[in-house]
Design a protein around this ligand. Structure first.
Ligand code: SF4
Length: 229
């Protein structure tokens, strides 16, 4: 599995996919990437160190992802990230976090000592779809609530049960309330949540212009950032 890459098409940065403890929620109906989680702290720390050793700091920007939230990374890995920030003169860090950790984001910013762009897997701003179909356990009702804490929502498109109207609303909210955003086009995995190919084709036609939007990254495959499998 690739765990280090350089993103050079938009918002240039290095990206690492680290290993972490099990996602504290772990019950989203569409998610099987928690299979990358581990409980073997020593092995995780060793693997994460090796991956982090590839970071050069060439862009001054580093994105760290894991299959869950940054708060689930081993403490020693967090300390190593902080060391690398200093040694490689990283000026901006991207991290991802679930809604349930929203009150801890500032603590993490203080710890790292540099600005952090916090991503959140919103999946959809439609409450019913997010909570009752995707079981996301993120009980906000408005995009403004999310924007109070997070910089960049990740939206999921192309799931059976989702509608064009929901997607249009999600993209509009993402553009209106946030400076950055990611759109993940859903691909079938081992869960029972299925992709709606017609909806995906509609999205690709209707929102082709997002490719040129420097603030929005559209991922057609989970591996489009060059990490994962
Ligand atoms: S919060 Fe993220 S990692 Fe955890 S189950 Fe949901 S999608 Fe998967």
């Amino acid at each position: 599995m690739e765990r280090y890459n350089r993103i050079t098409n938009k918002n240039c940065r290095e990206i690492v996919l680290l290993k972490a403890f099990p996602c504290a929620w772990g019950k989203c109906t569409f998610c099987d990437y928690t299979e990358d989680n581990s409980k073997d702290e020593r092995a995780m720390i060793a693997l994460n160190s090796e991956i982090l050793s590839h970071v050069t700091g060439e862009f001054g920007v580093l994105e760290v992802i894991n299959s869950g939230s940054c708060f689930e990374l081993p403490k020693q890995t967090l300390a190593e990230i902080r060391t690398i920030i200093r040694e490689k003169q990283i000026q901006l860090l991207y991290f991802e976090s679930h809604w349930m950790y929203r009150k801890k984001l500032q603590e993490m910013k203080d710890y790292m000592g540099i600005p952090i762009l916090f991503k959140i897997g919103v999946e959809s701003f439609d409450y019913n779809f997010r909570e009752n179909i995707l079981n996301k356990h993120a009980d906000f009702h408005t995009p403004q609530e999310v924007a109070e804490y997070f910089d960049s929502p990740c939206i999921m498109v192309g799931i059976k049960g989702q509608t064009k109207e929901m997607i249009a609303q999600d993209i509009q909210y993402m553009k209106q309330y946030f400076k950055r955003g990611t759109v993940n086009v859903y691909t079938n995995n081992t869960t029972s949540i299925r992709r709606d190919d017609k909806l995906v084709q509609w999205f690709m036609r209707t929102y082709a212009y997002l490719e040129k939007d420097p603030m929005v990254e559209v991922l057609y495959e989970n591996t489009d950032f060059g990490v994962g499998d």
